[in-house]
Ligand binder design. Sequence first.
Ligand code: PGA
Length: 246
Amino acid sequence: MRKQLIVGNWKMYGSHSANAELLSGIAAARPFMADVAVCVPFPYLSETAVALAAHGIHWGAQDCSAHEQGAYTGEVSAAMLAEFGCRYAIVGHSERRTYHAENDPLVADKAKAALARGVTPIVCVGETLAQREAGETEAVVKRQLSAAIHALAHCVGEMVVAYEPVWAIGTGRTATPEQAQAMHALLRAQLRAATPRADDMKILYGGSVKPDNAATLFAQPDIDGGLIGGASLKVADFVAICRAAD
Ligand code: PGA
């Protein structure tokens, strides 16, 4: 059986004092049956590592450069993330695709760069509302995953996939467990065609996961945990979601 994984995506929120409270609250709530991680803004990686190192909770970043190193002002490399003990890097989040014009090949390159340094990429895929209404959901999501599959080649089995319908992110509108399961099953089938390890891979659901809907989502056979935005900033909510995956 696949172990569930709950990942908090703090986005561009945080401060030294808020982080300390949040991280100590999460650490104090251990142990969890699920694997738990938080993906924090780059400047907070160091304090997150210090706060979580002894607690069996992982941490990671919300992006990473596709480049090894060089004159890329503002970028952060996978090697740097590895130096800070990052276990994960989210790549291709819809906010990066939308606000930073990230396309499938770039996202795939980022995933590859992360893996090359031992950082597990959490590759986000998901359709917009317009795409869903136009009946393009499956084609869009398949195309997004396919780019990562091709770039990672024999390492496909090492990535984590996150299905995040864009219309459900930060909107309070969640995919129904049935809608989410249908997409996860589709993604699993696509992974099965690419790697014999597909049944061991984690496919997370993201988009308005809250304490009151987490358990039914995580109970779906192909949903292996969640990528949690807003609710990961409140200790009680995040802990409740982690417990829902127990
Ligand atoms: P949300 O965000 O839980 O606030 O909808 C999820 C995400 O963007 O990863």
